[in-house]
Design a protein around this ligand. Sequence first.
Ligand code: BTN
Length: 254
Amino acid sequence: MFFTNLFESNLRVRDFAKQIIYYTSTQSTNDDIWSLFNDNNKENILVVTDNQLNGRGRLNNRWFSKPGHSITCSFLLNEVFDRNHFSLHSILIPVAIINGVKNFLSINLETKWPNDIMYHNKKIGGILLESKYNKKALILNVGIGLNVNEDNIDFPIDIQSNCTSLKEIKGHPIQREPLLAFILNELDILINNLDIKYLIKIWTKSCMHINSKITFKDGEKIVTGVFKHINEKGEAVILHNNNNIAYSGMINLL
Ligand code: BTN
């Protein structure tokens, strides 16, 4: 059971996640956010569930979460960066998670492009960012999945060797409610003191593959390159055939 009172008593956000909607079970919190937004024009909402039955990941992947053990939530956020700098949203949310987890648990998690949360080569969290026009501005639907209290055997067998949880790292169960509040509080601070250089610095410092060989898509072709850094627009800069290429898509580590 996710105790919304405990969550709200730790929450210090100003401009988003003002209304908390808790479902014991649902298909996908990202879908819930869009339904609530489309049907009732709801804004500033956060949907949390204890049992997500059809969690969606990027590229039509499924997102697994053990009922009652993880953070599975989505919330609406007004665009923070303009269209030219839209990719910076993919930096902002991971940095909020990295800082929030660090503040609450003293763990240094890592980032993987575009917005995976990792620990020692294992995935621990994922972010699904979707957007829509609301009047003339873009509104974001930010879905966060974070493995909190799972044991390794709780994960489906095919992903067991590639993922971990905060409980596995710390060696004891973690309270999810203050943890989520710490993450959102951190996001609020980052938004209200916007500093692009700082965001890029923290993302890069936490990145597990700077200067590593990767593969990425160049049109229809899969090619290799070296992941160099993040530019001021929030795009990855990849060295390929002696040229630096700005890139926003998925990469694979070699
Ligand atoms: C990924 O790594 O591919 C992104 C995973 C995002 C999963 C979260 S869980 C809460 C929210 N609701 C969804 O259906 N997906 C996101």
